[in-house]
Design a protein around this ligand. Structure first.
Ligand SMILES: [Zn+2]
Length: 475
């Protein structure tokens, strides 16, 4: 989409061109401008802490053109769509910093297990039976469901299991089609010889950069899902070297399961020596930490992604987030894969995290509604290095936002919009979701996507995988 949108149409041109023709021009560029009016705006912009009643204008280029209190006083080009949000909340789309989207097809699995036996029951039982376009369909399913729950930016911590490169990259293909912003975190095939692994990564980066460069692309960046900390060789060092060479971030699963905490902590010195600590490194989960580990992490400018739903479900434990932050560790939040988070819902995730901390500390001040909402929006965007693009509603950022109706389902009088939102609302209150200024979800339906057909396809494919596994187990 070229950037010569309506805002740059000179006035002499605007006055001579019939509205219909201008509308057609805008349509050609993909979308018209949108003006949301009379909204209770919860912007998450730093320094603008109090919600206010006002407007937000999204340009045809997908960016926020103007936002402020009261009524919009500027001139609107014809073709601008006006949305009256009286009595409704407008908030930035949620950002989820750690996700395995394919797991959407495997919910509720091994609900009585901690991490390792859960991995046995899922990855190590079914992973080898993935076929054809399974990764494509499962990822499509997961990303559509996240979008429906208000997650407009996801960090896709992809996993290849035993798939070949083409099947595995069906994950990235799916995400390009969803209408949700994403970073694709690439899982190197660490079984390859070092030179071959480097070549495969280079080929991936060419594809990734081509996707990122597409006009209006949903892909905001590439990253590495580093797994070398699980092997004693130099894999992690090579992954970190690739990240440095291609200037991408790294995310590492670390310190998740409680019972293996001691053994996992023993890797720390070696991980440091292999260059794992950088300002663009994030650790997923990072629960069984020590003060020394937190100190190192803060000093390196590294961060972590907190996944309360998944950490609760797998009985992994509770990261002491207020302490992490006090020590200078950057924190973001994620809903994790749906095989351990089970519901891709940031509202549930915020409540789970905030209430778990309050239970632990016997103190409601340990985590406020304002803090937890900031964590799942701007803070996560910042940890992922995309805080200049998403996570808050401010001029020049992508127009990714939710319109929430506190009257449907019924939620009562509003004393404090942020407290109301965090404590008493859920994904059912989402009336509309815009991504880059384009309406993507309305009243629980993803526009232009047949989610029922995706569900049908996924159920069929899971049944095939289960049947193949059973057949092989009999042999
Ligand atoms: Zn994970």
């Amino acid at each position: 989409m070229p950037h010569n949108n309506a805002r740059y149409v000179p006035s002499w041109f605007r006055s001579r061109v019939p509205a219909l023709l201008l509308g057609a021009l805008l349509w050609q560029h993909g979308q018209a401008q949108v003006l949301v009016e009379n909204a209770t705006l919860i912007t998450e912009q730093e320094g603008v802490e109090a919600p206010f009643t006002g407007y937000m204008l999204a340009g045809a280029d997908g960016l926020i053109t103007a936002i402020g209190p009261g009524a919009y006083a500027g001139q609107l080009p014809s073709g601008t769509q006006r949305v009256d949000a009286s009595g409704k909340f407008v908030i930035p789309g949620f950002v989820s910093g750690h996700n395995h989207l394919w797991q959407s097809a495997f919910r509720g699995i091994a609900l009585d297990k901690v991490l390792q036996p859960w991995l046995d029951a899922l990855h190590r039982t079914y992973g080898q039976f993935f076929a054809n376009d399974d990764f494509y369909w499962f990822t499509l399913h997961g990303a559509l469901d996240q979008l429906l729950h208000g997650i407009t930016t996801t960090y896709s911590h992809s996993q290849r299991l035993d798939a070949n490169e083409e099947q595995y990259l069906g994950s990235m293909k799916a995400e390009m089609e969803v209408g949700q912003h994403f970073i694709f975190s690439y899982n190197n095939d660490t079984k390859l010889k070092p030179a071959a692994m480097d070549l495969a990564f280079d080929a991936f980066m060419k594809k990734a950069n081509a996707n990122i460069a597409l006009p209006g692309s949903m892909m905001l960046g590439a990253a590495i899902n580093a797994v070398g900390n699980f092997s004693p060789d130099d894999t992690l060092a090579r992954e970190m070297a690739l990240a440095k060479k291609y200037k991408v971030g790294v995310q590492i699963h670390y310190l998740e399961q409680f019972s293996t905490g001691e053994a996992d902590r023993a890797q720390w010195q070696s991980m440091k020596a292999k260059g794992a600590l950088t300002p663009t490194t994030t650790f997923a989960h990072f629960i069984q930490t020590t003060d020394a580990i937190l100190k190192d992490t803060a000093a390196a400018g590294a961060g972590m992604i907190w996944n309360p739903l998944s950490n609760g479900r797998l009985a992994s434990g509770l990261s002491d987030i207020p302490k992490y932050r006090a020590m200078g560790v950057k924190v973001g939040m994620g809903v994790d894969g749906a095989a351990s988070g089970d519901i891709s819902d940031p509202f549930e995730n915020m409540r789970m995290g905030m209430y778990a901390l309050r239970m632990q500390h016997h103190d409601p001040a340990i985590m406020s509604a304002e803090q937890i909402l900031r964590l799942h929006t701007l803070d996560t965007a910042k940890v992922l290095g995309i805080g200049n693009k998403v996570g808050s509603l401010e001029q020049g950022k992508l127009a990714d936002f939710l319109i929430l109706d506190p009257g449907s389902p019924l939620t009562g009088g509003v004393f404090n919009p942020v407290a109301h939102l965090v404590a008493s609302m859920n994904a059912m209150n989402i009336e509309a979701i815009y991504v880059a200024g384009k309406l993507q979800v309305q009243n629980g339906k993803v526009l232009g996507k047949d989610t029922k057909a995706v569900q049908g396809e996924v159920v069929k494919r899971v049944a095939s995988i289960v049947a193949a596994q059973k057949k092989a187990a009999k042999k």
